[in-house]
Design a protein around this ligand. Structure first.
Ligand SMILES: [Zn+2]
Length: 408
């Protein structure tokens, strides 16, 4: 015994001095620090702020006031803003044509539809399973029982000039390379567009707030974009791609070290973040509670030119979720569709995060609030808001990793 102790003492004495001192505690993981700055109450408050502008339908004063409010918030976070301007002049609707669902009259299928074994295709290459319900856009003001909200949403849309806002966190060592984090801020249906898409808009704004904190630095640039005109056919995101794709990676003015449009490395979209209550039940009702198996659905599109790269990006976000999200897991799917990442997907790896898969879940009527008067703040419980917060944790962690985020 004595011998062994002596031997140890000798061994210890011969170690370099630095090794004899107690090891310094490992540096805290900067991603964990940043994710810890997300807060359920702040996320809810931002959604609440957006619902003050009703359904924020594009082409109305309530929509442009919401753009102003979002811009003021981003500025207050220290995230410098800019606007994209474009025109939206759709063909006037044919007389008598209804909007939305498109399933009217004699061909109306039964609702709910119970699976009978035949293959039913959904959007984006998806396949419907089990029980489905019809979906559509509410266009009836009287379906909104809240008189104040009905009046707030009263002004009809008109064609013409449109604006949308983004803000940018410039990278320290690679200011010329950028990830775009987006959500659409417009809605419709005579509610408050709380879930579609106050939930995604608030997520992007919360990330802008945290990445803009004075002690945070990223090697690469991040742009936080709040698209307009998603509900009319992704027109805001399309305008951005049309106007800015060709500017990528150009230093302007030359020699300034400034890149008005850094080269796009990825586009991450957020659209409907809070409701995962499961499939409609046989009697046509829905589970009133968030289902315990709820997850964040990360989708890429298998037909995109950059499908392989987008798939890798999707799994990077899934791994980020596994490591950093507190409550709900994430799943990856290959049928991303009907959202603002679509116009990007042949130019840059593009993914979307949602409460459900857009094809086989949302398209099959899993969310009864979708484009309906009940898409109001009061409809959602903390379990719902928390799913949105977990998507925020996922994207914050994924983007931190991709952009080399650290504490100063
Ligand atoms: Zn949406």
């Amino acid at each position: 015994m004595k011998r062994i102790l002596l031997g140890l003492a000798v061994a210890f004495a011969t170690l370099p001095l630095s090794a004899q001192q107690p090891a310094a505690p490992p540096a805290p993981d900067p991603i964990r620090t940043l994710v810890g700055r997300l807060d359920l109450e702040k996320y809810k408050a931002t959604i609440k702020g957006l619902t003050a502008f009703g359904d924020r339908r594009q082409g109305t004063t309530r929509n442009s006031k919401a753009v102003d409010w979002i811009e003021a918030q981003l500025k207050s976070y220290g995230c410098p803003t800019e606007r994209v301007k474009y025109e939206f002049n759709p063909e006037p609707p044919a007389a008598g044509a209804g909007r939305g669902g498109g399933q009217g009259g004699a061909q109306k299928p039964p609702d709910p539809i119970i699976a009978s074994g035949e293959v039913r295709s959904g959007p984006g290459g998806s396949r419907y399973r089990g029980i489905t319900r019809r979906t559509g856009v509410n266009n009836d003001p009287n379906a909104q029982p809240d008189e104040k909200l009905r009046e707030l949403n009263r002004e009809p849309t008109k064609p013409g000039a449109r604006e949308q806002v983004y803000c940018t966190k410039v990278g320290t060592t690679r200011p010329d390379e950028m990830y775009i984090v987006g959500a659409h801020m417009d809605g419709h249906g005579w509610g408050e567009a709380a879930n579609d898409n106050g939930s995604g808009t608030a997520l992007v704004m919360e990330l802008a707030r945290i990445f803009s904190m004075p002690d945070v630095q990223t090697e690469r640039t991040i742009r936080f974009a709040l698209w307009n005109n998603e509900e009319t056919g992704l027109n805001g995101a399309r305008a951005y791609v049309d106007q800015r794709a060709a500017l990528q990676g150009k230093e302007n003015p030359p020699g300034s070290g400034r890149y008005p449009e850094p080269k796009w490395l990825g586009m991450i979209q957020h659209d409907m973040m809070m409701w995962d209550h499961g499939m409609p039940r046989p009697d046509g009702t829905w589970n009133p509670e968030q289902r315990p198996e709820a997850d964040v659905n990360i989708e890429f599109q298998s037909t995109a030119k950059l499908a392989d790269e987008a798939m890798k990006l999707a799994f990077l976000f899934r791994h980020a979720n596994e490591k950093y999200a507190t409550d709900y897991p994430a799943a990856v799917g290959s049928h991303m569709t009907n959202t603002d990442s679509t116009p990007f997907m042949d130019i840059v790896p593009a993914i979307s995060l949602r409460e459900n898969e857009r094809g086989m879940h949302t398209g099959a009527g899993w969310n009864p609030t979708w484009h309906q008067p009940i898409d109001v703040f009061a409809t959602f419980s903390d379990k719902d808001f928390r799913l949105g917060l977990n998507a925020a944790q996922t994207t914050l962690a994924g983007v931190s990793q991709l952009t080399g985020a650290r504490m100063k």
